[in-house]
Write a protein of this length. Structure first.
Length: 602
C-alpha cells in the first residue's frame, strides 16, 4: 500500500471517528412538547427576604401562591415597537407579556409569532419585575414590590417615541416613579426614582428580577448549545438549570443561591436557543449578581441588586438599568456592545470553545449574506474563501501527492529489494523522501484542517439565529434544518409522508443534498485508481455512502458546505495533478470500479 493511500485512509478514518463520536455525544433533540403536554403553573406572590444590613440589598424570592384574579383585574400599558408587541402589567409594573413580531414559531408565516414573556398563571411563566427593598426604619409595606398596583403618571402606550412613567405614593413621605423607554429593537431603559418629601432620611435599595417558572419544556438538550442562565461579571459564566438546582442552600437567601458582587460592567439573565432576556446595570454601577432557585416553587431567578440609597429629606434618588428582551441577532447585539457600551455583550451568543474560529467565520458569513442576499449562496462563498485561505497548504499537499505518484516505481523497487526487512524498507523510504523533498504526511493535512472548520461551521449554523428559517433555493427553505426531501417518497412524487426525525427510519430518509454529498465524495475518490488491496478497496468503496447516511440528518446548510468543499477540492486536486504531469483518469477509474463490482458479483 503506497503512502498516499495510507494518508487518505488515515484521514478518512479519523474524520469518520470524530463525526461518529459527535453524533453519539450530541444526538438529535427530542421534539418539543405540545401545549397540552405542559402543566399549568400557578401565579406567584413575592415576599421580601432579609433586610438591608449591608451595602447591597437582598432582593425578594418568588414563591408559589394564588394571585391570578388580582393580576387579571389590573390594567396594562400596551407595548408597540417595530420588533415587539405586548404589554406591561400595572401589578408590580412587571414585563410579562412580550412577543417578537418578526419571528414565527414555524417556517410558515401563518404560524404564531414567538411569545417570549408570559404572565404568572400561564404555562412556562416568564417575566421581569423591578422593586425596592427597605432598610433602616422603612417597612416592607412602604416600598413598591411585586404586588404593588402602580398608577400611570405619563404616557398611554410604550413606543420608541413615547415613553411612559408610573407612580406610587406610599403615603409616608416617599413617592416612587418608574420611567420606561424602549428603542426600535429589543432594549428597555428603566429609570427608578424615589422622592423623599418628609423630614427624615430614608434607606432603600432598588432591584431587578427575571423569574422563570420551572425549567423550559422546549430545551434542545444539545451539549453544543447553552440554554439556561448566563451572566457577565469579570468573565462570562454559563449555568444550566440543573446547576441552579444543585446550589447549596443559603439560609440568608432562603433558597439555593449563588451570589457574586460585581464592581462594574456586568449583566445577567436567561438565554434560550435564539432568544434572551438580560438585565444590564450601567457600566460604572456596582451591583450584586444573584442566581436563585426555589425548590418548593420550582422557580428560577436571576437578580440585579443595586447598592443601598440614602435619600435625604427633599431629595430624589434615581437608578437606571436596561432590560434586553428579544432575539439574539448578531448585528443588533454587536451594535449594543460597540455603540451602547454593553460589556462583552456579543459573548451572549454561544460561540463555544472554538470561538476564535466561529466568530470570524460567522462575521464573514454575515457579510457575504449582506452582499449576496441569500444565506445558501453565502455558505458557498464562504467555502470559496476558506479554500482560498487554505490553498497554499492544499497546493503543497497535492504537489506532494503527485510526486508520490512519480516515485511509485522506485518505492516498489525498494520493497522488492528489501524483501521482508521492514526496517530496511523504512530507512530507504525515508532517504528517498528526503532526497526528493517529499513529505508523505502532507496529504492528510488539508483533510485534517477541515475537521475544526467543519465543527466550527456546524456550531455557527446550529447556534446563530440568522440561519433559522433562512432559504436557499427550491425545496431548501430552512438551512438550519435537514433537507426536507426524501428518497422514500421519490422526493415528493409519491403521495405519502416520510418518517419524522423521531423515527428510527429517519436515517434512511435521505434528501437530495445528502445524496449529492455522497456522490461528490465518491467522485473525489476516483481521482486515483482504487487500491489493489481488497480491504482498502472495500473501505474506499463504502466510505462515501457511510458519510452520506451519517450527515443525512444534519442541517442542510452544513451539508451544502461539505458539497461545495468537495467540489472545490476535486477541481483543485485535478488541476494541480495535471500541472505536474499526472493526468487523473476519473472516467476510467469509475468504469474500473463498476467492472470490479460486476466481476465480484459473478
Amino acid at each position: 500500500m503506497d503512502d498516499q493511500n495510507k494518508n487518505l485512509i488515515l484521514a478518512t478514518v479519523l474524520s469518520f471517528l470524530v463525526i461518529t463520536g459527535w453524533m453519539i455525544m450530541f444526538p438529535p433533540a427530542d421534539p418539543a412538547p405540545t401545549q397540552d403536554d405542559v402543566p399549568a403553573v400557578v401565579a406567584e406572590n413575592i415576599v421580601p427576604s432579609a433586610g438591608l444590613e449591608t451595602s447591597t440589598s437582598a432582593a425578594p424570592m418568588t414563591t408559589a401562591a394564588g394571585e391570578v384574579s388580582t393580576q387579571a383585574d389590573v390594567a396594562r400599558i400596551a407595548i408597540d415597537t417595530p420588533e415587539l408587541s405586548g404589554s406591561i402589567s400595572l401589578l408590580g409594573g412587571r414585563f410579562d407579556d412580550l412577543s417578537l413580531k418578526a419571528y414565527h414559531t414555524e417556517l410558515s408565516d401563518q404560524s404564531p409569532i414567538v411569545k417570549l414573556l408570559k404572565p404568572a398563571g400561564q404555562p412556562d411563566a416568564y417575566y421581569a419585575l423591578y422593586g425596592w427593598t427597605p432598610g433602616g426604619s422603612t417597612a416592607v409595606e412602604d416600598v413598591p414590590g411585586p404586588s404593588t398596583v402602580w398608577q400611570i403618571e405619563e404616557g398611554e402606550k410604550l413606543t420608541p417615541s413615547t415613553p411612559v412613567t408610573l407612580r406610587w405614593d406610599n403615603g409616608k413621605d416617599l413617592t416612587f416613579r418608574r420611567s420606561v423607554a424602549v428603542d426600535d429593537k429589543f432594549i428597555f431603559t428603566i429609570s427608578q426614582s424615589v422622592e423623599n418629601t418628609g423630614s427624615e432620611a430614608q434607606r432603600v435599595a432598588p432591584y431587578g428580577v427575571l423569574a422563570r417558572h420551572g425549567e423550559p419544556k422546549n430545551l434542545k438538550g444539545f451539549f453544543i448549545l447553552h440554554e439556561g442562565i448566563i451572566r457577565q461579571t469579570d468573565e462570562l459564566e454559563e449555568l444550566d438549570y440543573g446547576d441552579a438546582v444543585d446550589f447549596e442552600f443559603d439560609s440568608r437567601e432562603g433558597a439555593r443561591a449563588d451570589v457574586v458582587d460585581v464592581k462594574e460592567n456586568g449583566w445577567i439573565g436567561f438565554t434560550d436557543h435564539y432568544w434572551m432576556t438580560t438585565m444590564i446595570p450601567a457600566g460604572d454601577q456596582p451591583f450584586t449578581s444573584a442566581v436563585r432557585y426555589g425548590e418548593q416553587s420550582d422557580i428560577y431567578q436571576t437578580q440585579v441588586r443595586m447598592p443601598v440609597v440614602d435619600v435625604a429629606p427633599g431629595t430624589t434618588a434615581t437608578v437606571e438599568t436596561r432590560l434586553f428582551a428579544g432575539a439574539k441577532e448578531w448585528e443588533t447585539i454587536r451594535n449594543y456592545q460597540n455603540e451602547d457600551g454593553i460589556y462583552h455583550f456579543l459573548d451572549s451568543i454561544d460561540w463555544g470553545w472554538f470561538f476564535f474560529l466561529t466568530k470570524p467565520i460567522f462575521a464573514l458569513l454575515h457579510w457575504l449574506n449582506g452582499v449576496i442576499g441569500n444565506m445558501g449562496w453565502a455558505i458557498i462563498g464562504l467555502t470559496l474563501v476558506i479554500k482560498a485561505v487554505l490553498f497554499p497548504l492544499a497546493y503543497k499537499s497535492y504537489v506532494s501527492m503527485a510526486k508520490m505518484k512519480e516515485l511509485q516505481p522506485e518505492m516498489e523497487k525498494i520493497k522488492e529489494a528489501a524483501g521482508d526487512d521492514r526496517a530496511k524498507v523504512q530507512k530507504e523510504m525515508m532517504e528517498l523522501y528526503k532526497r526528493e523533498k517529499v513529505n508523505p504526511a502532507s496529504g492528510c493535512l488539508p483533510i485534517l484542517m477541515q475537521i475544526p472548520i467543519f465543527f466550527s461551521l456546524y456550531k455557527v449554523i446550529f447556534v446563530t439565529l440568522e440561519l433559522r428559517h433562512a432559504p436557499w433555493v427550491g425545496w431548501i427553505q430552512d438551512l438550519s434544518a435537514p433537507d426536507p426531501s426524501s428518497i422514500l417518497n421519490l422526493f415528493g412524487l409519491l403521495p405519502f409522508a416520510t418518517p419524522g426525525p423521531e423515527s428510527i427510519l429517519a436515517i434512511a430518509s435521505l434528501g437530495i443534498l445528502p445524496i449529492i454529498l455522497g456522490v461528490s465524495m465518491w467522485l473525489q475518490q476516483k481521482l486515483n485508481p482504487a487500491p489493489t488491496d481488497p480491504t482498502q478497496a472495500m473501505i474506499f468503496a463504502w466510505m462515501p455512502w457511510v458519510f452520506m447516511f451519517m450527515l443525512g440528518q444534519f442541517a442542510s446548510g452544513l451539508v451544502l458546505y461539505w458539497i461545495a468543499n468537495n467540489t472545490i477540492t476535486f477541481t483543485q486536486q485535478y488541476l494541480i495533478m495535471r500541472s505536474h504531469g499526472h493526468k487523473p483518469n476519473v472516467l476510467g477509474n469509475v468504469l474500473k470500479s463498476f467492472k470490479r463490482k460486476t466481476k465480484d458479483a459473478s
